[in-house]
Design a protein around this ligand. Sequence first.
Ligand code: ADP
Length: 169
Amino acid sequence: MTTITLVQGDITRESADAIVNAANSSLLGGGGVDGAIHRRGGPEILAECRKLRAGHLGKGLATGRAVATTAGALDARWVIHTVGPVHSETEDRSELLASCYRESLRLADELGARTVAFPAISTGVYRWPMDDAARIAVETVRNTPTAVEEVRFVLFDTRAHAVFASRLG
Ligand code: ADP
């Protein structure tokens, strides 16, 4: 049985087995939550990302997929990097956003992570409307069989927290 919890704040301050990063396909850093994770987690995370790019992820990480690295100085064992889709008005990319949550949980299971903290993937620079993103996040986590005991959504601001809370209701 997976418990879903909600927190408002900075995900880089959380303690969890795995912290999920809303990365981009380059894995070489970006703004938003990605920038914050690399800043607080320190250079070890980027060093591992570079190794992945030099190895089997030569073309980068595809949208909807997930990969794990060390969590560096974060209070976690792993960072799970996943690439959310850019929101589109003309194409339904919901399945790719759902895939980010599913693939991250599958990887968490492989790693043996019991607590996993997620940001609201794709809701920043990738412009996914918060309410729809919250619906997809909550539905996907609820419908994904996993040994993860706690899935914690960490929402950066009060509005996002309220939107997720009403979806969980
Ligand atoms: P994406 O490119 O997937 O849209 P962003 O990092 O731009 O990723 O934004 C994803 C969400 O993460 C947004 O809702 C943003 O407000 C939020 N966010 C940004 N920084 C943090 C942080 N330090 N902790 C938690 N959430 C954050």
